[in-house]
Write a protein that binds this ligand. Structure first.
Ligand code: FES
Length: 263
């Protein structure tokens, strides 16, 4: 089938296409995945409790509540303080170039897939007007997300230390420690594969080989570009990891799951 025939079929309205493959499957799975995560994240943030597990000397803090602003500043807002944190990863992911493609297709059907009809009477104007102009804030969300990564690395490393019977801290390893490390490693891979990160490191240069600094930037740019090649995969793995980390700590704190000390 030619490109012209495919385009002609898609012109007949939303969902119309000459494609015979399961083009609808990917947008459907993305819709289910993002909706499930979104509902869970709002519910977990709303709770305002069971975000910290301190059984058998462990110290596991849910990534939804990191940094622990309540402990740091000693104040109790009239709502769950997770909401003071979560707008950063929300803005970072919502303005991510991969996620834009994913939810434009899955939620707005605009278009649902290549060569599939989209809703009529929509005049695409790029991202120059409200609300889509806000997508241009992505680089600033990237900077804020880096701050959160520092906090998450601190939490993962903190989870390597367990309080002993005499009150001192000992090095150890629990399943929760692995969960927190898995979370922060995947989030780091996702964040450093960001296009804004690539631009920050390798952008605005006319010559990569002209000096020691530019050569170093070139090497770093190539490194983060490797992560960028799998940005979609890192987006999903990290989304699962952060949701699972909260779930794991929540269920341990509620006494439903029991953390196992491996060492
Ligand atoms: S492009 Fe996806 S996080 Fe920046």
């Amino acid at each position: 089938m030619t490109q012209t025939e495919l385009t002609a079929a898609a012109d007949h309205g939303v969902g119309m296409t000459a494609r015979r493959d399961a083009w609808w499957l990917q947008p459907l799975l993305i819709f289910i995945g993002l909706t499930t995560f979104g509902v869970y994240a709002i519910w977990a943030a709303w709770q305002g409790n069971n975000y910290l597990y301190v059984g058998h000397g462990a110290y596991y803090l849910s990534p939804f509540y990191s940094p622990d602003l309540q402990a740091i500043f000693g104040f109790q807002p009239p709502f769950s303080f997770a909401f003071l944190v979560l707008w950063i990863p929300l803005g970072f992911r919502a303005s991510c170039y991969y996620y834009r493609k994913a939810y434009y297709r899955s939620y707005m059907l605009d278009p649902p897939a290549c060569a599939v009809g989209e809703p009529k009477n929509r005049c695409y104007q790029g991202e120059r007007k409200f609300p889509f102009i806000l997508q241009n804030l992505h680089r600033y969300f990237f900077y804020l997300a880096l701050l959160l990564l520092v906090s998450l690395w601190y939490d993962a490393i903190r989870a390597l230390f367990f309080r002993g019977p005499n009150g001192g801290l000992q090095l150890g390893l629990g399943v929760g420690t692995l969960v927190l490390f898995f979370n922060v490693i995947t989030l780091t891979a996702f964040s450093f594969g960001c296009n804004s990160c690539r631009h920050l490191i390798g952008g605005q240069l006319n010559c990569f080989s002209c000096s020691c600094t530019t050569r170093t930037r070139y090497k770093l740019w190539r490194g983060v570009s490797v992560l960028n090649l799998k940005h979609m995969e890192w987006a999903w793995v990290s989304l699962f990891a952060v949701g699972f980390a909260d779930l794991y700590i929540r269920l341990c704190a509620m006494g439903i799951w029991h953390d196992v000390r491996l060492w």
